[in-house]
Structure formats: C-alpha cells, structure tokens
Design a protein around this ligand. Structure first.
Ligand SMILES: Nc1nc2c(ncn2[C@@H]2O[C@H](COP(=O)(O)OP(=O)(O)OP(=O)(O)O)[C@@H](O)[C@H]2O)c(=O)[nH]1
Length: 268
C-alpha cells in the first residue's frame, strides 16, 4: 500500500476504511483507504483493494451498545415540542423544517461531528473516552485527521455518528480543514489551564464555519483537563469561557461567520 505523507492517522488500528465506508466529503482525487484509518473491526478490502471475507459479512453487525439505544426521546425533543408541526404554522416553513438534513448510507442515518482546537488540548482523549471509555496519558499528535463511528439506535432507527478528530498542529491544518464540510455539529476544545487555547477557539470556529452553515450547525465549547486545574483557576477560566461562548452564540446569529476571524492571533 502506498504511503501518503501527512495523511495517515496516528491510530494503531489497521487501515480498514474502504470505499463502502466512505460516504464523507473527501477532497477530490484523494484515496480514503490510504488516508484514514477507522476503528472498524473488519478489514473490508485487502492490499489489492479486493473485498475481503469480512466485507461479505459487513451486514452482520454486532448489536448496538445498550447505552446507545434511545427508546424514548426527552420531552423537549419530542414531536409535540416542535412548533412547526402545529396546525397554524406557515406551510412553507413547515415544509422546510421537515427536510431531512442528515445523510443516509443504506438504511443508516449519519451525522457528522468535527472536533477542532489547539494541539494537545485533548481532542483525541475526549473522543476516545466517549467511544471506548479509555484514556491514554501519552501524547501522540494526530496527523491530518482520524475518525470514529459510533452506532446508535434512536426510536428504532439505526443511526451513525461520525466523529472527526482533527489535528491541532498548524502544519496539518490545510489537510484537516478539507474535512470540515457537512458537519452537523462542531466541538471546539480548549485546555482549561491554557488561556491562549481558549482565545484560539474563536479562530478555530471561524475556520470551521467557513465550510458549514452557521445557522444550522450545533456548536459546543468544551474545556478539557479540569483535573489539572485548581478550583480558583477553574472559576476564572470558566468565566472567560462563558464570555467566549456568548461571543460564539452572537456570531452564529450573524449573517457572516467571518466576524470571529482574528487573523493576527497566533495559533499554537
Ligand atoms: N490530565 C489530563 N490529561 C489529558 C486530558 N485530556 C488529554 N490529556 C493529555 O493531553 C495530551 C494530549 O491529548 P490529545 O487528546 O492527544 O490531544 P489532541 O488535542 O488530540 O492533540 P493533537 O492531536 O495534537 O491535536 C495527552 O498526553 C493526554 O493524555 C485530561 O482531561 N486530563
């Protein structure tokens, strides 16, 4: 298999991503099998690109984890809570609201989440904790991008959550940013012990919003490494973070995402 410098992930897992699992907006001319490694259990193509025995078994998936099965939605997410289903709502708006924005692959609904932020703030650890409930104290920089897929079942409908882990290092930014497009949610991570990383979240967000519709994407600002900060430090940082969150909220409501750009601010 040929090597594409700068485009492999740091995952130790074998390179398993094949065309079948590549419904993502990849840059033109790229080869997903060489570029990305997922953590799927089955190699679905061999080194010659031919389907493996496991590929034939891809439809026999392990059951969705019990804590990923949502049999009932919280009240605020139920249909009755949605204004556009009420009788006197404008029909055009109702129609627009009912459009399906998430993609589908086969019978799977897919949502894409991108995780951005300075280098070493803990993006990978956050994803690993969520997907595998593991924590690695050794730092291995993400090179380019990496991703995880988590399967859910929501009200009986199979649902896949793609979590894109992007590199925080400046030199990989142009590679990573090609994967920003089409996100339903953006998670911007900063280190609670590093005020500069909080400041840089604005730039990360501005870059991510260039590729996404600010009015429809969900934004999350997440502080990491709380265990390393003192209560006093934490209180201060939380205040600053709330201010940034407020700015982010304001900017999301503006017509242009460019307002958050701080071209002069350095990035780690
Ligand atoms: N103590 C502590 N260490 C953490 C925490 N989260 C991450 N780390 C450590 O911080 C280092 C960087 O974590 P990563 O998750 O690799 O950071 P990243 O943001 O993915 O880094 P890049 O891939 O370079 O963008 C690692 O050594 C982790 O073990 C945390 O909550 N507490």
């Amino acid at each position: 298999m040929s090597h594409v410098p700068g485009l492999e992930s740091r995952s130790e897992a074998p390179p398993l991503l094949g065309p079948l699992l590549s419904p993502f907006p990849l840059p033109a001319g790229s080869c997903p099998r060489q570029m990305l490694r997922s953590h799927h259990r089955f190699p679905i193509t061999n080194s010659a690109g031919a389907p493996t025995e496991a590929a034939g078994k891809m439809n026999i998936l392990a059951p969705v984890r019990r804590d990923r099965v949502l049999a009932e939605l919280p009240q605020c997410l139920r249909k009755e809570a949605a204004l556009h289903v009420h009788k006197d709502f404008h029909p055009r708006v109702t129609c627009a609201c009912q459009e399906h924005r998430t993609g589908t692959v086969g019978r799977f609904k897919i949502s894409k989440v991108i995780v951005v932020g300075d280098l070493s703030v803990g993006k990978t650890c956050l994803i690993n904790r969520f997907c595998k409930d593991t924590f690695d104290k050794n730092y291995k920089a993400t090179i380019g991008v990496d991703f995880e897929m988590e399967r859910f079942e929501v009200l009986g409908v199979p649902f896949s959550l793609q979590l894109w882990d992007t590199a925080g290092q400046e030199r990989f930014k142009c590679i990573a940013s090609t994967y920003y497009r089409g996100a339903q949610a953006i998670i911007i991570v900063f280190n609670l012990n590093d005020v500069a990383s909080l400041e840089h979240t604005k730039q990360w967000l501005a870059d991510a919003l260039k590729e996404n519709d600010p009015s429809s994407v969900l934004l999350f600002l997440v502080g990491s490494k709380k265990d390393l900060s003192t209560p006093a430090q934490y209180v201060l940082m939380e205040k600053d973070a709330l201010k940034v969150a407020q700015e982010i909220k304001t900017v999301q409501n503006l017509p242009s995402p460019g307002a958050l750009c701080h071209p002069d601010s350095p990035r780690a």
